[in-house]
Ligand binder design. Sequence first.
Ligand code: ZN
Length: 349
Amino acid sequence: MSGTQGNRRSIISATVDFDAPGKQLGVLRVPHSVHRSAYGHIAIPIAVIKNGKGPTVLLTGGVHGDEYEGPIALSKLVRKLNTTDVAGTIIVIPALNYPAFMAASRVSPIDSINLNRAFPGNRDGTVTEMIAHYVTTELLPRAAYLFDFHAGGSSLHYLPSLLVPFYGQGDDSAEIDRLVEAFAPPRVIRYDAEKALSGEDRVISNYARQLGVKFLTGEFGGGSSVNIEGLRAVEGGVLRYLDASGVLQLNEQLHRESCRTARSDRPQSYTMDDPGLFAFANGPGFFEPAFQLGETLEDGAVAGHIYSNVRPWDEPETIRFRTGGLAICIRTFAQVKAGDCLGHLARPV
Ligand SMILES: [Zn+2]
């Protein structure tokens, strides 16, 4: 990392040895000296399963602490996998922003930071910045693949969807396509990683790319709850994804399991790069949506109405989507402020 951080290594330590064979269950220790625990640390659960030569795959959930399909599916995965099934290394961290996960919150209760806006992180920074720095300097350099599982968190609900970033022309696209086909999600959203999030580059995907790590992510539910369709898509999909990446040989039982869980042979592809697909509140009030997840909306369709909290009988403000598409995301909370996302659509390609 740049500046005064130099090449000094992270002070986060691991109780697992990334180079040792076998199945290890341990923690990452983030030093955290506080009033009630002078020499304490935060213990982030981590599993490493290594067997012989092969690629290293990093699987993360709980980058946002109020998203659950990833943490549940990854915890089950660790229990299922035996060392002999693996050819290479699988690193699993079900709840990467562990303090946020323990608080059921998108951001950490310690520093109020969103981990997926903290990259590349800071060795000498706050707890969340230290976690991001550890990922950038210790985990990503080991990995050939990263799958980071998300959902909409407390404020959004998503139709379970795999998200595939692209960067201009064609890097790794054939191999990414093969992994997408293996994961076989209900729907696939391809997005221009440089345009999405309005040029936001403090995200984990940006540093995965810089370090040559093949990256996939997805939104598998939301509303700080567990989406059963999304959970099944992740449980089966991750087995087939690991198989396709060459790090896992599906034994008979795992193969049966990967077949039993949901799989879409020809998932519809969408894009969400047109800003007109998104609806935002212009001011405060309470939001009455005019659409449901899964509906297809025309260009200019009404997203909903926002009523004044102080003069609720006044004519509400009508909010529209400029561009039509499939409704894949909707806000959970009715109370809104200016700038809150009310939902978004995705356009079939
Ligand atoms: Zn998330």
